[in-house]
Design a binder for this molecule. Structure first.
Ligand code: ASP
Length: 500
């Protein structure tokens, strides 16, 4: 009898529950969990980080090549940045509102004697300079995501600009992208074990007693995370992404569980790519939007920074003015952009937020003990926001393409009679069966899949041919949109029998 396979998402869910339950049993004595279970979680995270840089580099590159138009990359970039900035600003406004509601109930801790050694925080200009790599190896060796993205953009544009001579490079990128995806698949199969080994020691080390006086501050942050995800992401994926919120959260569950247990946006990136693609995001768009988001889009981190800033101010007896709150909104938005997608980096940027309103940085010592618990929630929100953006941008691009296609003039030869239509159908079959990697779903809607790319043809009732975004080895380089007449002309060239 054939055994039924448990879906990966369910496996991850079970692993998360089991990890929490077993972790509880270890709370009295976490040494075993920390010494012998945590290292396996670390191995899993290392593997993810190992694959993430080539995945980001090659998938952005192949995304640009298949877009084949620098302007299109620009338009996707602008949409992405607008979405990221607006949602992050919304997140921090929500956090300030909630923190002010909760303020009266927070247990005030005496900050005397509390210390915190702030790490290095780079200035805005230094961060800007740092985005641009000075040599080809550094971005990859240091896994510096923004630099990897810049390198991928430059090489992508270079390959497009090289035209005919760039084609072998484009084919190589395509093949390497596929190989990286396979490597990622293999690693992702280990996710349930990874999630179990990551969450267990966290629960064992941070038993319920750690929450202590910070229970309400954590609750406030978690309500913020929850409301932001449910309101903002549900609304945007529904209204702009064309996906139902329920399907969105269900599809995102594996990535969210991974983010929760690893507290690393970058480590979650491979799984996030897989989840968003399954939800319908275009691969070229997801592979550009998600790595960028894992580096600069941190809605959860912004919420955490807002709540902690208000809590720390309360402990120091400072009543924040409206002006100071607005300053916090602005700096937390910027600080979250500068936060790296790795565990614990949100704390470093909290320094910047506190300094902006002259609150003592030592106050971070009040919340640092439970940072991991804040971090698990904020990372989950961070990656969910990236995924929502990938779906929104994919859908907006799809609509923009449909509008552009509708505006194109449709002159030229068009089959009118049913005899011509039949001939055309026959020719289409010939065309697609000749191309062994392709498969036709019949007329009037034909989808041809070549590797992982889809060449979309919809043959309208009057048999004008429209071609959607495509990347096909047989198409002239750089043609990603072929309006009706060109499409017909192309088919003529490939199948001379198609004299319509
Ligand atoms: N751990 C978070 C992330 O990876 C960043 C943070 O510390 O806020 O998204």
């Amino acid at each position: 009898m054939k055994q039924k396979k448990i879906p990966l998402s369910l496996q991850i869910f079970l692993a998360l529950g089991l990890g929490i339950a077993v972790g509880m049993a270890f709370t009295g004595n976490p040494t075993f969990a920390v010494s012998y279970i945590k290292p396996f979680g670390t191995i899993f995270l290392n593997l993810l980080k190992f694959v993430v840089v080539p995945i980001v580099f090659f998938s952005i590159l192949s995304g640009i090549i298949s877009m084949s138009d620098i302007r299109k990359v620009g338009s996707i970039g602008v949409k992405t940045l607008v979405y990221y900035t607006c949602t992050t600003a919304g997140a921090i406004v929500l956090a300030m509102f909630l923190a002010n509601l909760f303020k009266g109930f927070f247990t005030v801790i005496d900050p005397t004697g509390v210390t915190f050694e702030p790490g290095e925080t780079a200035s805005f200009m230094d961060t800007l300079v740092d985005i641009f790599p000075s040599n080809i190896i550094a971005p990859f060796a240091n896994a510096s995501m923004l630099q990897v993205i810049v390198a991928a953009l430059l090489f992508g544009f270079g390959i497009l600009a090289a035209g005919e001579k760039g084609r072998p490079a484009a084919a190589l990128v395509d093949s390497l992208t596929e190989v990286c995806m396979k490597v990622m698949d293999i690693i992702l199969r280990l996710s349930p074990i990874g999630v179990f080994c990551l969450i267990l020691p966290v629960v064992a080390e941070n038993g319920p007693q750690i929450l202590g006086n910070l229970g309400l501050v954590l609750l406030c942050a978690y309500i913020g995370y929850f409301l932001h995800a449910v309101i903002v992401y549900s609304a945007t994926v529904k209204a702009l992404g064309g996906v139902s919120p329920l399907a969105f959260f269900k599809g995102m569950f594996p990535a969210m569980a991974m983010a929760f247990s690893s507290a690393s946006s970058v480590g979650t990136l491979p799984l996030n790519l897989e989840c968003t693609e399954r939800l319908g995001a275009r691969r070229d768009i997801a592979s550009f939007v998600l790595p960028l988001g894992a580096t600069i889009n941190m809605d959860g981190t912004a919420i955490y920074q807002g709540v902690c800033a208000v809590f720390i101010a309360t402990c120091y007896g400072v009543d924040l003015t409206l002006g100071q709150m607005i300053t916090i909104v602005l700096t937390a938005t910027l600080a979250s952009i500068g936060t790296a997608g790795v565990p614990g980096s949100g704390v470093v940027m909290l320094t910047m937020v506190l300094e902006s309103v002259n609150l003592p940085v030592a106050g971070i010592g009040l919340v640092i003990g439970v940072d991991r618990i804040f971090d698990m929630g904020r990372t989950t929100v961070n990656i969910t926001g990236d995924a929502a953006c990938a779906l929104v941008v994919s859908n907006l691009e799809k609509k923009a393409e449909a509008r552009r296609a509708a505006r194109r003039p449709r002159a030229g030869p068009q089959p009118k009679t049913s005899a011509a239509r039949n001939k055309f159908r026959a020719a289409l079959t010939v065309l697609f069966t000749e191309d062994r990697s392709a498969h036709a779903e019949g007329v009037p809607h034909v989808a041809v899949k070549i590797g992982h790319r889809v060449l979309g043809l919809s043959v309208l009732a009057d048999l004008k041919v429209e071609m959607g975004p495509c990347c096909h080895a047989g198409l002239p380089h750089g043609t990603d949109h072929l309006p009706g007449p060109d499409g017909v002309a192309l088919l003529h060239r490939k199948v001379p029998a198609l004299a319509i």
